[in-house]
Design a protein around this ligand. Structure first.
Ligand code: GTP
Ligand code: MG
Length: 207
């Protein structure tokens, strides 16, 4: 799958329109039975509200408003499908762990996320996004334990790495490696090109 590589190449040539032309929003669903066709491999983005799931998608495709981003948690409320050519879907999920939504709404989001992860036959990988600045939160631990229980393949992406000094960041990476010894961990920031490129390379190798 050379499309992301292509993007990387073109991205380095800043004056050209990048690969982003080939990604498009398909639809938002609340129930897995409404998922779009054709069936393609899926990579989903999960994590606490405000961790940076939607911003990550915008950043790697270099499109400002591909996915809706907000400084207020709880922006993404449905399961959003983005298709890259005829090759695969990136799926932006609602966040969890946001205290300000009512219990019934947060339970319905949780059910949506769990149903999607358990029932989507084409799901290849969940990217569990965790804010690099904090230690593991209860809700992230619960999500990871749940995925471990159901043997869902996942990696951990540490977000907002631009907000940490180098030494603190390497401490945090060590800390998360100790928490997730069996999972791949990738540092990321929407503001650091080398980290964006690392992540794009990772997806490229995967697909
Ligand atoms: N400094 C910095 N800010 C970031 C980064 N990633 C995201 N943000 C900011 O964090 C806020 C939340 O980003 P979103 O992408 O909307 O978060 P989300 O995880 O999709 O949140 P929900 O849709 O509520 O689940 C926005 O103000 C982003 O600009 C990053 O790498 N660095
Ligand atoms: Mg979002």
């Amino acid at each position: 799958m050379n499309y992301l590589k292509l993007y990387l190449n073109i991205y380095n040539e800043w004056y050209m329109k990048p690969f982003s032309a080939n990604v498009r929003f398909i639809k938002s669903i609340s129930d897995i039975k409404d998922k779009p066709g054709p069936a393609l491999p899926e990579i989903a983005f999960a994590g606490r509200s405000n961790v940076g799931k939607s911003a990550l998608l915008n950043a790697i495709f270099n499109i400002k408003k591909l996915a809706k981003v907000s400084s207020t948690p709880g922006k993404t409320q449905l399961i959003n499908y983005f298709q890259v050519d005829d090759l695969f879907y990136f799926v932006d999920l609602p966040g969890y762990g946001f205290a300000k939504v009512s219990k019934s709404i947060s339970a319905s989001w949780q059910k949506m996320i769990e149903d999607f992860i358990l029932k989507s036959e084409n799901l290849r990988l969940v990217c569990l996004l965790i804010d690099s600045r904090h230690d593991l939160m209860k809700s992230d631990e619960a999500m990871a334990d749940w995925m471990n229980y159901y043997q869902i393949p996942y990696i951990v992406i540490l977000t907002k790495c631009d907000k940490l000094k180098k030494t603190k960041l390497s401490q945090q990476v060590k800390y998360f490696k100790s928490k997730f010894p069996d999972h791949h961990i990738i540092s990321f920031s929407i503001h650091i090109n080398s980290l964006k490129e690392n992540l794009i390379r990772y997806f490229d190798d995967l697909l």
